[in-house]
Design a protein around this ligand. Structure first.
Ligand SMILES: *Cc1c(COP(=O)(O)O)cnc(C)c1O
Length: 188
C-alpha cells in the first residue's frame, strides 16, 4: 500500500522490480502514478478503499484492480464505465466479515446473491473476496470464515492481511496481502 507516500519513497521499490501498488484515493493515484506508469512497465495499481460512484470513471481508467466493491450501485457504475472504454478491471468483493456497523462490505449472508448479480448480470470480472477483519484477537476465525466463503462461491483469490496480521492471513490462503507501514514506515 503506497497511499500517502510520494514518488521518492516509492522509487526504490520500483527499481527493485516490485510491480503491485495499492492506493485509496483516485486523485492521489492519478497525480502520483501517471508518469511513473510510463517509466516503469508492468505496474499494476490496486484501488483499496471506499470508492464513491462519482470517482468510478477515473478509477476504471487508472487502476487494474478494485478491492472494495461493496454495493450494487457501485458495481453497476463500474460495469457501465468499463464497457465504455472496453476494459475489464479485476475485482474483489469486500466482505464485512465481522458484521460491524462501522465497516463497509457485503454481509456474509448476502454474498452469494451479490456475487451472482455482479458476475452474471453486470458481467464484472470478480476474482475473489477482500476483508478488513475486526480489530480484535480473533483474526484466525475471520480469515478462516473468508476461506470458507471463497470456496463456497468457487473463487480463487483472497485479499486479506495488513502489516499486523499478514502472516496469519497467509496461513489462511491469502493471495493478496496489503502491506503499508511494514514496508514504508508509519504514515504521517
Ligand atoms: C492502509 C491499508 C492497508 C495497509 O495497512 P498497514 O497497516 O500500513 O499495512 C491495508 N488495507 C487497507 C484496506 C488499508 O486501508
Amino acid at each position: 500500500m503506497s497511499k500517502t507516500f510520494g514518488q521518492n519513497d516509492i522509487k526504490p521499490l520500483l527499481n527493485f522490480g516490485h510491480q503491485h501498488y495499492g492506493e485509496n484515493k483516485v486523485q492521489e493515484c492519478k497525480l502520483k502514478w501517471q508518469d511513473l506508469k510510463l517509466q516503469y512497465e508492468n505496474i499494476k495499481l490496486h484501488m483499496i478503499g471506499k470508492l464513491q460512484t462519482n470517482k468510478v470513471r477515473d478509477c476504471v481508467k487508472y487502476f487494474d484492480f478494485i478491492h472494495s466493491v461493496d454495493s450494487k450501485k457501485l458495481a453497476k457504475k463500474i460495469s457501465d464505465e468499463q464497457i465504455k472504454i472496453n476494459k475489464k478491471i479485476k475485482i474483489f468483493i469486500q466482505v464485512n466479515i465481522g458484521n460491524e456497523d462501522q465497516k463497509s462490505g457485503i454481509s456474509p449472508e448476502n454474498l452469494e446473491e451479490f456475487y451472482k448479480k455482479c458476475n452474471d448480470e453486470l458481467e464484472l470480472k470478480i476474482i475473489g473476496l477482500m476483508c478488513i477483519p475486526p480489530n480484535d484477537r480473533n483474526s484466525d476465525l475471520y480469515f478462516s470464515k473468508m476461506n470458507k466463503l471463497l470456496n463456497a462461491i468457487g473463487l480463487k483469490e483472497l485479499s486479506m492481511g495488513m502489516s499486523n496480521d499478514y502472516l496469519k492471513a497467509v496461513e489462511h490462503n491469502s493471495s493478496f496481502i496489503r502491506i503499508g507501514s511494514k514496508i514504508f514506515g508509519n504514515r504521517g
